[in-house]
Ligand binder design. Sequence first.
Ligand SMILES: [Zn+2]
Length: 442
Amino acid sequence: MKCADADLLAALMSLIDASPSPAHLVRNVVKRLEASGFQPLTEELPFELEPGQRRYVVRDGSALCAFRIGNAPLEEAGLRIAGAHTDSPALKLKPRPELETREVRSLGVEVYGGPILATWLDRPLRLAGQVAVLEGEMVRRRLVELPFHMTVPSLALHLNREVNEKGLILNPQTMLPVLLADGREKIPSLEALLGDLLSCAPECIVGHDLIFGDATPASLCGLGGEFLSAPRLDDQAMCCAAIEALCGLEESLDTTAVTILFDHEEIGSRSNRGAAGAFLGTMLRRMTASLGKDEEAHLRTLAGSTLLSLDAAHALHPNHASLHDPTTPPLLNRGAVLKVNADLHYGTEALTGGQVRACCRRLGLPLQTYVHRADLRCGSTIGPIVASELGIHCADVGPAILAMHAVRELMGVADLCSLTTLTSAFFTAAEFAPDRASARQG
Ligand SMILES: [Zn+2]
């Protein structure tokens, strides 16, 4: 794949700005896939697949599996699967959010995943996501974004004199309700606001999954514009890389390339479209069955398959350098980061890490390594979950990022290109081919 940095960066920035929720992201990814000749499959209908096809499946609006069937038999070539996640930490609107005090109208929230709460304050916030709408006797999902911004103001320093010495501790129940209106006049209910947007009666709004996020668009910063400051870089940046890599592949492929975008990674992946659920396993089983493979051939296919798990890595923070292992501090704009953890919180092992390293070496791509300090608790990714559910190999890579889980995160613009190029290479590279001699070698 040829990598045009400016085009890729523009694609990511507009994707982020147009994707305030996982469902918006998936809608925009579908547009990109269809422009590259991918056609939809419906899970409720039979799959009829043939080599050469480009297809995609959306599950419940916020997770997606897209694939290109290669010419080589699956049980001989295995599958190359690039995976990322569509969700990010956020403030999620409660089911009945309206809080009426004498003074103002606010909306109550729950905390989704592990955001750095203090960074959500004093920002214009947008509210977006999926709404369940009653249409006749059917309940359908509709995408929505409120047409105005809201905010959670900080408490003044004069009322919290110790904030800079003791840090900002926020009780999410009492201190994070989002300011909606000044309370002078009676305002429409949330159902009425949503009904207005979706051209239906308020009583037809029967459910919602709506989240708040930073409304300020993605922007470049740094002396030469070398940093990208944006909300949801973890993991929308890698959703973008995985989709662009898949769309940019050659016309005719031997290997079968899959991109899977899971939801619910930030809350443990346990859902029908999270990495611990059956989504990917079901897709792969139906793919092999539709191509005429029996159970034995399906299991041989999985045995020869590899997941490249794409998720953010902790860049060295120059103001907190001692929190990194001194041997492997990833830097911004120095290439992809291979993530390694002894307890397999990341899925990389000697073999798969070696495959990534050898592939990067052959292509002249920069590669860094990350290992957490041994005295700190490590995060995790979809990688080890998928590897254990399906029994496939896994390597964990990602861009070095600062301010992970803040309302805006920071990455190096050059790393987007490095990760996309690496993912593109992974889909076809000889380094990841099944090794049939390995059983004899022990
Ligand atoms: Zn992530």
